[in-house]
Design a protein around this ligand. Structure first.
Ligand code: AR6
Length: 185
C-alpha cells in the first residue's frame, strides 16, 4: 500500500510497512527521553540495528543536558546494521501528560528531524507515526500535525527530496492518506 503527494520538487510518500526495512538515508525512531531503547518502533529499530546503536545512544546521552533528550527534540546516530545510513531519534509527547502543549511538541519532532536531515544534506528520510502508540496520541489528531509540519517544511526549504512515512497498518495509513488529501486539496 502506497500513496504519494508532490510538494514542489519533493515527494511525500505514505507506505504501509516495517520502518526497519526502509532504505532511505535516515529513518526516525519514536524514542523516549532516556534514549536507552524501548518497545514499539524504537525496540524494532534497536533490534535490527544491533547493539552498537545502544552504545551510540549512551555516548550521545552524555552530551545532552541531564543526560536526557527533551520532548520534541531530535538527535542523530549511525544506523549500523540497518539498510538506512542514519537513525534520527525523536521524543514525542506523552499525550495525557502534555495537555495543550502536545500538538506543538509533536510538530517540533518533525521540524527538528527535518532540520538535522538538511544539515547533513540527506536526500531522504522515513518517519513512523510518532507518539501514536505507547504515548497515546490519537492518530486522527496526530496525522494532520505530522503531515502539516512536513508539508510546511518542504515548502519552506525544498528538501529533502523524499519524505516517507512508514505506517504500521492499513488503518493508520488510511488516516494519514485522508489527512494528506485534506491538507493538499
Ligand atoms: N515500523 C513502523 N511503525 C511501527 C513499528 C515498525 N516496526 N512498530 C511500531 N510501529 P510507539 P510512541 C508504530 O509505541 O507512541 C517506546 O517504548 C506503532 O503502531 O513505537 O512514540 C519508546 O522507547 C505506532 O503507530 O511510539 C518510548 O518509550 C507508532 O509506530 C515509547 O515507546 C508509534 O508507536 C514511545 O511511544
Amino acid at each position: 500500500m502506497q500513496h504519494s503527494f508532490a510538494i514542489g520538487d519533493s515527494k511525500l510518500d505514505l507506505w504501509v510497512g516495517d520502518i526497519t526495512t526502509q532504505t532511505t538515508d535516515a529513518i526516525v525512531s519514536a524514542a523516549n527521553a532516556l534514549l536507552l531503547g524501548g518497545g514499539g518502533v524504537d525496540g524494532a529499530i534497536h533490534r535490527a540495528a544491533g547493539p552498537e546503536l545502544l552504545d551510540a545512544c549512551k555516548a550521545l546521552k552524555k552530551t545532552l543536558p541531564g543526560g536526557v533528550l527533551r520532548t520534541g527534540g531530535a538527535v542523530i546516530t549511525p544506523a549500523f546494521k540497518l539498510a538506512a545510513k542514519h537513525v534520527i531519534h525523536c521524543v514525542g509527547p506523552i499525550y495525557d501528560r502534555e495537555g495543550p502543549e502536545a500538538p506543538e511538541l509533536l510538530s517540533s519532532c518533525y521540524r527538528e528531524a527535518l532540520a538535522i536531515a538538511r544539515e547533513r544534506a540527506l536526500g531522504s528520510i522515513t518517519f513512523p507515526s510518532i507518539a501514536t502508540g505507547v504515548y497515546g496520541y490519537p492518530v486522527d489528531d496526530a496525522a494532520p500535525i505530522a503531515l502539516g509540519t512536513v508539508i510546511d517544511e518542504l515548502r519552506a526549504h525544498g528538501r529533502p527530496q523524499l519524505v516517507r512515512f512508514s505506517l504500521f497498518d492499513a488503518t493508520i495509513f488510511n488516516v494519514y492518506r485522508r489527512a494528506g488529501e485534506a491538507l493538499l486539496r
